[in-house]
Design a protein around this ligand. Structure first.
Ligand code: A2P
Length: 257
């Protein structure tokens, strides 16, 4: 048995010069938890060229979706950005990752903090009915340099709100907070600053950060993750993992440079 499933590309959407998303068929045997990642890639010169990608689709969906950066000289993404409908991609059989709800102590409010393509695992998690069972409120924060980089996330949230099944479920529960650092926008600033200043909570009209009730998942820029980790540790939050659930979990976005 090959280590990889061979899947067909169903559609590709380019969002900016540096971001695209695509959908592919999903083998019935490919199981994952929402928030997890797998190795995906292309066969190049007869050999698999693979990188870690979070599934942006939820595990109840028939198809797979991924959200990717384009790096001009990146070994994989320079090629992957040129895929078209009908092409074959490779998907590793095993999914893994720390951004799963079981790694968190039960709480009331779930903060999903992401930059760039770090949004992908949260695009999956916000489509998970169980997340809405476990938490009263889910706050999805997406930080980017430019407004155009928010487009994919905006579409995921809009589609979900318009969905017959999900719309009512998340109407009172999901708060979407996009923020931009390098041009004018309604929300501005780095996620670190928005949290330490409580601006985020003021803007969404909610209580400040609270160890008793807040649980956090983070995915994105390594520099941001390190600063957030220090900030949360300083406030008594503990990191969770597969052996011991905690107040927060971290995954770096899988960026090819
Ligand atoms: P900024 O524009 O102020 O650097 P990148 O494209 O470099 O991965 O950044 C994606 C987003 O993450 C940008 O909005 C960027 O803000 C922000 N960012 C980068 N480093 C940090 C950090 N250490 N703390 C918080 N946000 C950061």
């Amino acid at each position: 048995m090959s280590a990889f499933y061979r899947e067909k590309v169903l559609s590709v959407q380019h969002w900016t010069d540096t971001l695209f998303s695509f959908r592919a068929t999903r083998d019935a045997g490919f199981r994952f938890l929402n928030g997890q990642f797998a190795m995906i890639g292309l066969e190049v010169d007869g050999r698999p060229l693979m990188r870690a990608y979070s599934m942006a689709s939820a595990n109840h969906e028939e198809e797979l979706e991924f959200f990717s950066i384009k790096v001009a000289h990146g070994p994989l993404t320079s090629r992957l950005q040129r895929i078209r409908q009908g092409d074959t991609i490779l998907v590793g059989r095993k999914a893994t990752g720390t951004l799963i709800t079981d790694n968190l102590i039960p709480g009331e409010r779930l903060l999903l903090l992401s930059t760039g393509t770090g949004l992908a695992p949260f695009a999956s998690l916000i489509k998970d009915p169980e997340v809405y069972d476990r938490f009263e409120r889910i706050v999805l924060v997406h930080g980017c340099r430019q407004v155009s980089e928010l487009a994919y996330g905006e579409e995921v949230v809009t589609k979900l709100r318009d969905d017959e099944l999900f719309g009512p479920l998340l109407a009172d529960k999901l708060v979407y907070y996009p923020t931009v650092t390098r041009e004018p926008f309604r929300n501005r600033g780095r996620i670190t600053d928005l949290i330490s200043s409580s601006q985020l909570f003021n803007d969404i009209g909610e209580r400040p950060l609270d160890l008793e009730t807040d649980r956090i998942m983070m995915c994105g820029s390594p520099a941001m993750l390190e600063e957030l980790r220090q900030m949360f540790d300083g406030r008594g939050f503990a990191e969770g993992n597969h052996s011991a659930p905690g107040h927060y979990v971290i995954e770096k976005a899988f960026v090819e440079r």
